[in-house]
Design a binder for this molecule. Structure first.
Ligand code: NAP
Length: 285
Protein backbone atom coordinates (compact mmCIF):
# COMPACT_ATOMS: atom_id res chain seq x y z
CA UNK A 1 0.00 0.00 0.00
CA UNK A 2 1.35 3.47 -0.82
CA UNK A 3 1.27 5.50 2.39
CA UNK A 4 2.18 9.14 3.00
CA UNK A 5 3.20 9.89 6.59
CA UNK A 6 3.31 13.54 7.63
CA UNK A 7 5.09 14.27 10.91
CA UNK A 8 7.42 11.35 10.15
CA UNK A 9 10.17 12.60 12.50
CA UNK A 10 7.91 12.57 15.56
CA UNK A 11 7.49 9.75 18.04
CA UNK A 12 4.59 8.13 16.23
CA UNK A 13 5.99 8.93 12.79
CA UNK A 14 9.21 7.07 13.59
CA UNK A 15 7.31 4.01 14.80
CA UNK A 16 5.17 3.96 11.65
CA UNK A 17 8.38 4.14 9.61
CA UNK A 18 9.96 1.31 11.62
CA UNK A 19 6.95 -0.99 11.27
CA UNK A 20 5.89 -0.19 7.72
CA UNK A 21 9.31 -0.06 6.03
CA UNK A 22 9.66 -2.96 3.59
CA UNK A 23 5.98 -3.78 4.02
CA UNK A 24 4.37 -0.71 2.46
CA UNK A 25 5.57 1.91 0.00
CA UNK A 26 6.31 4.88 2.25
CA UNK A 27 6.54 8.60 1.56
CA UNK A 28 7.91 10.27 4.70
CA UNK A 29 7.53 14.01 5.26
CA UNK A 30 7.93 16.41 8.13
CA UNK A 31 8.38 20.13 8.60
CA UNK A 32 10.07 21.96 6.82
CA UNK A 33 9.67 19.65 3.77
CA UNK A 34 5.92 19.84 4.35
CA UNK A 35 4.03 22.30 6.49
CA UNK A 36 0.50 21.01 7.01
CA UNK A 37 -0.73 24.54 7.75
CA UNK A 38 -0.05 25.44 4.11
CA UNK A 39 -2.95 24.11 2.03
CA UNK A 40 -1.23 24.63 -1.34
CA UNK A 41 1.82 22.57 -0.29
CA UNK A 42 -0.37 19.79 1.08
CA UNK A 43 -2.35 19.70 -2.15
CA UNK A 44 0.80 19.72 -4.29
CA UNK A 45 2.36 16.86 -2.29
CA UNK A 46 -0.69 14.61 -2.35
CA UNK A 47 -1.47 15.28 -5.99
CA UNK A 48 2.15 14.54 -6.98
CA UNK A 49 2.56 11.37 -4.90
CA UNK A 50 -1.00 9.91 -5.06
CA UNK A 51 -0.87 7.78 -1.91
CA UNK A 52 -3.64 5.32 -1.03
CA UNK A 53 -3.50 6.44 2.60
CA UNK A 54 -2.34 9.64 4.32
CA UNK A 55 -1.42 9.40 8.02
CA UNK A 56 -1.28 12.64 9.99
CA UNK A 57 1.31 12.08 12.72
CA UNK A 58 2.14 15.81 12.71
CA UNK A 59 0.92 17.96 15.55
CA UNK A 60 1.69 20.74 17.98
CA UNK A 61 2.20 18.53 21.05
CA UNK A 62 3.76 20.86 23.62
CA UNK A 63 0.84 21.03 26.06
CA UNK A 64 2.40 23.72 28.27
CA UNK A 65 3.61 25.95 25.41
CA UNK A 66 0.20 25.79 23.72
CA UNK A 67 -1.26 27.83 26.59
CA UNK A 68 0.86 30.78 25.44
CA UNK A 69 0.88 30.08 21.72
CA UNK A 70 -2.77 29.34 21.07
CA UNK A 71 -2.65 30.57 17.46
CA UNK A 72 0.06 28.09 16.43
CA UNK A 73 -1.61 25.23 18.30
CA UNK A 74 -4.89 25.86 16.44
CA UNK A 75 -3.14 26.40 13.11
CA UNK A 76 -1.34 23.04 13.28
CA UNK A 77 -3.82 20.89 15.20
CA UNK A 78 -7.04 22.23 13.70
CA UNK A 79 -6.33 23.88 10.33
CA UNK A 80 -3.47 21.48 9.48
CA UNK A 81 -5.80 18.54 10.05
CA UNK A 82 -8.49 20.22 7.96
CA UNK A 83 -6.07 20.88 5.07
CA UNK A 84 -5.10 17.21 4.95
CA UNK A 85 -8.73 16.08 5.20
CA UNK A 86 -9.81 18.44 2.38
CA UNK A 87 -7.10 17.23 0.02
CA UNK A 88 -7.70 13.57 0.91
CA UNK A 89 -11.39 13.97 0.14
CA UNK A 90 -10.56 15.68 -3.14
CA UNK A 91 -8.34 12.77 -4.24
CA UNK A 92 -10.45 9.99 -2.65
CA UNK A 93 -7.59 9.08 -0.33
CA UNK A 94 -7.99 7.35 3.04
CA UNK A 95 -7.01 9.71 5.86
CA UNK A 96 -5.84 8.76 9.35
CA UNK A 97 -5.83 11.54 11.93
CA UNK A 98 -4.55 11.18 15.49
CA UNK A 99 -6.21 12.85 18.46
CA UNK A 100 -5.97 12.72 22.22
CA UNK A 101 -7.56 11.77 25.54
CA UNK A 102 -7.09 15.45 26.50
CA UNK A 103 -10.32 16.24 24.63
CA UNK A 104 -12.04 15.06 27.84
CA UNK A 105 -12.29 16.96 31.14
CA UNK A 106 -11.75 13.78 33.16
CA UNK A 107 -14.34 14.79 35.74
CA UNK A 108 -15.67 11.25 36.07
CA UNK A 109 -14.16 8.01 37.31
CA UNK A 110 -15.75 6.03 34.47
CA UNK A 111 -13.82 5.31 31.24
CA UNK A 112 -14.97 7.46 28.29
CA UNK A 113 -16.18 5.83 25.11
CA UNK A 114 -16.55 7.41 21.67
CA UNK A 115 -20.17 8.38 22.42
CA UNK A 116 -19.25 10.56 25.41
CA UNK A 117 -19.12 14.32 25.00
CA UNK A 118 -15.64 15.89 25.03
CA UNK A 119 -14.91 18.99 27.08
CA UNK A 120 -11.21 19.86 26.89
CA UNK A 121 -9.61 21.86 29.69
CA UNK A 122 -6.48 23.17 27.98
CA UNK A 123 -5.56 24.86 24.69
CA UNK A 124 -3.86 21.71 23.36
CA UNK A 125 -7.01 19.65 24.04
CA UNK A 126 -9.26 22.33 22.52
CA UNK A 127 -7.13 22.64 19.38
CA UNK A 128 -7.10 18.83 18.97
CA UNK A 129 -10.89 18.69 19.41
CA UNK A 130 -11.28 21.35 16.67
CA UNK A 131 -9.01 19.22 14.49
CA UNK A 132 -11.40 16.29 14.99
CA UNK A 133 -14.47 18.44 14.29
CA UNK A 134 -13.02 19.92 11.10
CA UNK A 135 -12.00 16.48 9.81
CA UNK A 136 -15.51 15.20 10.54
CA UNK A 137 -17.06 18.21 8.78
CA UNK A 138 -14.96 17.59 5.66
CA UNK A 139 -16.06 13.96 5.68
CA UNK A 140 -14.65 11.42 3.26
CA UNK A 141 -12.75 8.26 4.16
CA UNK A 142 -11.30 9.34 7.50
CA UNK A 143 -10.35 7.52 10.68
CA UNK A 144 -9.73 9.53 13.85
CA UNK A 145 -7.76 7.64 16.49
CA UNK A 146 -7.75 9.15 19.96
CA UNK A 147 -4.75 7.93 21.87
CA UNK A 148 -3.07 8.71 25.20
CA UNK A 149 0.22 9.06 27.11
CA UNK A 150 2.30 7.95 24.12
CA UNK A 151 5.82 6.60 24.40
CA UNK A 152 8.12 5.20 21.75
CA UNK A 153 11.06 6.54 19.77
CA UNK A 154 11.62 10.07 21.09
CA UNK A 155 11.40 12.13 24.26
CA UNK A 156 8.73 10.62 26.53
CA UNK A 157 7.85 9.94 30.18
CA UNK A 158 9.57 6.52 30.28
CA UNK A 159 12.85 7.94 29.00
CA UNK A 160 12.58 10.92 31.38
CA UNK A 161 12.11 8.58 34.37
CA UNK A 162 15.07 6.40 33.33
CA UNK A 163 17.27 9.46 32.79
CA UNK A 164 16.34 10.85 36.22
CA UNK A 165 17.20 7.50 37.83
CA UNK A 166 20.83 7.99 36.76
CA UNK A 167 21.21 10.94 39.16
CA UNK A 168 18.41 10.59 41.73
CA UNK A 169 17.12 7.95 44.13
CA UNK A 170 13.83 9.62 44.92
CA UNK A 171 11.20 11.43 42.89
CA UNK A 172 7.82 13.11 43.36
CA UNK A 173 5.23 12.08 40.77
CA UNK A 174 1.60 13.16 40.31
CA UNK A 175 -0.80 10.56 41.67
CA UNK A 176 -4.21 12.06 41.01
CA UNK A 177 -4.28 12.02 37.19
CA UNK A 178 -5.39 8.74 35.64
CA UNK A 179 -4.84 7.67 32.06
CA UNK A 180 -3.42 4.87 29.94
CA UNK A 181 0.22 4.78 28.85
CA UNK A 182 0.25 3.68 25.21
CA UNK A 183 3.15 2.21 23.26
CA UNK A 184 3.45 3.66 19.74
CA UNK A 185 4.13 0.13 18.43
CA UNK A 186 0.66 -0.97 19.59
CA UNK A 187 -1.01 2.13 18.19
CA UNK A 188 0.56 1.47 14.78
CA UNK A 189 -0.67 -2.14 14.98
CA UNK A 190 -4.27 -0.94 15.51
CA UNK A 191 -3.87 1.71 12.83
CA UNK A 192 -2.67 -0.87 10.31
CA UNK A 193 -5.61 -3.10 11.15
CA UNK A 194 -8.06 -0.23 10.64
CA UNK A 195 -6.76 1.01 7.28
CA UNK A 196 -7.45 -2.41 5.76
CA UNK A 197 -11.15 -1.79 6.50
CA UNK A 198 -13.71 0.72 5.35
CA UNK A 199 -14.96 1.23 8.90
CA UNK A 200 -14.32 4.96 8.93
CA UNK A 201 -14.97 7.18 11.92
CA UNK A 202 -13.83 7.86 15.46
CA UNK A 203 -11.93 5.30 17.56
CA UNK A 204 -10.39 5.27 21.03
CA UNK A 205 -7.02 3.56 20.65
CA UNK A 206 -4.99 3.07 23.83
CA UNK A 207 -3.41 0.17 25.64
CA UNK A 208 -5.79 -1.52 28.08
CA UNK A 209 -6.09 -0.70 31.78
CA UNK A 210 -5.27 2.54 33.56
CA UNK A 211 -2.96 4.05 36.14
CA UNK A 212 -1.68 7.33 37.52
CA UNK A 213 1.63 8.93 36.46
CA UNK A 214 2.93 7.77 39.84
CA UNK A 215 1.89 4.12 39.20
CA UNK A 216 3.45 4.40 35.72
CA UNK A 217 6.75 5.63 37.19
CA UNK A 218 6.75 2.88 39.84
CA UNK A 219 6.16 0.23 37.17
CA UNK A 220 9.04 1.58 35.05
CA UNK A 221 11.43 1.31 38.02
CA UNK A 222 10.06 -2.10 39.06
CA UNK A 223 10.51 -3.55 35.54
CA UNK A 224 14.02 -2.12 35.18
CA UNK A 225 15.05 -3.18 38.70
CA UNK A 226 15.88 0.37 39.79
CA UNK A 227 15.70 1.24 43.49
CA UNK A 228 13.83 4.53 43.24
CA UNK A 229 11.58 5.96 45.96
CA UNK A 230 8.54 7.40 44.18
CA UNK A 231 6.58 9.82 46.35
CA UNK A 232 2.97 10.50 45.26
CA UNK A 233 2.01 14.19 44.98
CA UNK A 234 -1.20 15.93 43.96
CA UNK A 235 -1.71 18.04 40.84
CA UNK A 236 -2.12 21.05 43.15
CA UNK A 237 1.38 20.43 44.54
CA UNK A 238 2.82 20.36 41.00
CA UNK A 239 1.32 23.44 39.34
CA UNK A 240 1.36 23.65 35.54
CA UNK A 241 -0.11 26.20 33.12
CA UNK A 242 -2.25 23.72 31.20
CA UNK A 243 -5.07 22.09 33.14
CA UNK A 244 -5.00 18.31 32.70
CA UNK A 245 -7.94 15.90 33.07
CA UNK A 246 -8.19 13.99 36.35
CA UNK A 247 -9.44 10.73 34.81
CA UNK A 248 -8.98 10.52 31.01
CA UNK A 249 -9.22 6.77 30.68
CA UNK A 250 -10.71 5.62 27.35
CA UNK A 251 -12.83 2.57 26.68
CA UNK A 252 -11.85 1.36 23.17
CA UNK A 253 -15.52 0.64 22.53
CA UNK A 254 -15.68 1.17 18.76
CA UNK A 255 -12.84 -1.29 18.11
CA UNK A 256 -14.65 -3.86 20.25
CA UNK A 257 -18.08 -3.20 18.65
CA UNK A 258 -16.50 -3.60 15.21
CA UNK A 259 -14.97 -6.93 16.29
CA UNK A 260 -11.44 -5.56 15.80
CA UNK A 261 -8.54 -6.40 18.09
CA UNK A 262 -7.70 -4.07 20.97
CA UNK A 263 -4.20 -3.52 22.32
CA UNK A 264 -2.63 -5.50 25.16
CA UNK A 265 -2.44 -4.15 28.72
CA UNK A 266 -0.25 -1.11 29.35
CA UNK A 267 1.95 -3.17 31.69
CA UNK A 268 2.65 -5.82 29.00
CA UNK A 269 3.35 -3.13 26.42
CA UNK A 270 5.71 -1.29 28.79
CA UNK A 271 7.64 -4.50 29.46
CA UNK A 272 8.03 -5.05 25.71
CA UNK A 273 9.17 -1.43 25.20
CA UNK A 274 11.77 -1.65 27.97
CA UNK A 275 13.12 -4.91 26.55
CA UNK A 276 13.32 -3.39 23.06
CA UNK A 277 15.01 -0.26 24.45
CA UNK A 278 17.59 -2.28 26.39
CA UNK A 279 18.40 -4.40 23.30
CA UNK A 280 18.88 -1.19 21.27
CA UNK A 281 21.13 0.32 23.96
CA UNK A 282 23.25 -2.86 23.94
CA UNK A 283 23.55 -2.71 20.13
CA UNK A 284 24.70 0.94 20.40
CA UNK A 285 27.42 0.03 23.00
N1 NAP B 1 2.72 12.32 22.90
C1 NAP B 1 1.63 11.99 23.56
O1 NAP B 1 1.68 11.66 24.76
C2 NAP B 1 0.30 12.00 22.87
C3 NAP B 1 -0.85 11.66 23.61
C4 NAP B 1 -2.08 11.65 22.96
C5 NAP B 1 -2.17 11.96 21.62
N2 NAP B 1 -1.04 12.31 20.94
C6 NAP B 1 -1.16 12.64 19.51
O2 NAP B 1 -0.44 11.66 18.78
C7 NAP B 1 0.09 12.25 17.58
C8 NAP B 1 1.58 11.97 17.47
O3 NAP B 1 2.23 12.51 18.63
P1 NAP B 1 3.80 12.43 18.83
O4 NAP B 1 4.05 12.28 20.28
O5 NAP B 1 4.37 11.46 17.86
O6 NAP B 1 4.20 13.94 18.41
P2 NAP B 1 5.64 14.54 18.16
O7 NAP B 1 6.70 13.59 18.59
O8 NAP B 1 5.62 15.92 18.76
O9 NAP B 1 5.71 14.65 16.57
C9 NAP B 1 4.98 15.59 15.84
C10 NAP B 1 5.75 15.89 14.57
O10 NAP B 1 5.01 16.84 13.80
C11 NAP B 1 5.90 17.84 13.33
N3 NAP B 1 5.18 19.08 13.02
C12 NAP B 1 4.85 20.10 13.85
N4 NAP B 1 4.22 21.07 13.17
C13 NAP B 1 4.15 20.66 11.87
C14 NAP B 1 3.64 21.24 10.69
N5 NAP B 1 3.06 22.46 10.69
N6 NAP B 1 3.73 20.55 9.53
C15 NAP B 1 4.32 19.33 9.50
N7 NAP B 1 4.85 18.73 10.59
C16 NAP B 1 4.76 19.40 11.76
C17 NAP B 1 6.87 18.01 14.49
O11 NAP B 1 8.02 18.71 14.09
P3 NAP B 1 8.77 19.62 15.21
O12 NAP B 1 9.21 18.67 16.29
O13 NAP B 1 9.90 20.23 14.43
O14 NAP B 1 7.76 20.61 15.72
C18 NAP B 1 7.13 16.55 14.85
O15 NAP B 1 8.13 15.98 14.03
C19 NAP B 1 -0.28 13.74 17.66
O16 NAP B 1 -1.46 13.97 16.93
C20 NAP B 1 -0.55 13.97 19.13
O17 NAP B 1 -1.44 15.05 19.35
C21 NAP B 1 0.20 12.32 21.52
Amino acid sequence: MKILVVGSNGQLGKEITRQFEGKHELILKDIPAIDITDYASVEALISATKPAVVINAAAYTNVEKAEEDEATAYRVNALGAQNLALVCRKFDTKFVHISTDYVFDGATDVAYDEFDAPNPLCVYGKSKLWGEKLVEQVGGAYYILRTAWLYGEGPNFVRTMLKLSETRDQLKVVADQYGTPTYTKDLVWVLEQLIQTEFYGLYHASNQGSCTWCDFAQKIFELTGKAMKVEPVTTAEYPQKAKRPHHAVMDNKMLKLRGLDVMRTWEAALQDYLETESKQLKTKD
